[in-house]
Design a binder for this molecule. Sequence first.
Ligand SMILES: [Zn+2]
Length: 50
Amino acid sequence: MKKEFLPSKICKTCNLKFVWRKKWRNNWKTVLYCSKKCSNKKNPRPIKSD
Ligand SMILES: [Zn+2]
């Protein structure tokens, strides 16, 4: 039996748990959303950089 452990996170938008995917292997630390859809749904935060 092969036991695989994949890291998981909670999506900031839909609050669902999602697991690590290969496409994120290089930026897993910065992944906050389960999908592009959720990523686009995020509330725009006005960043003041004056
Ligand atoms: Zn999501």
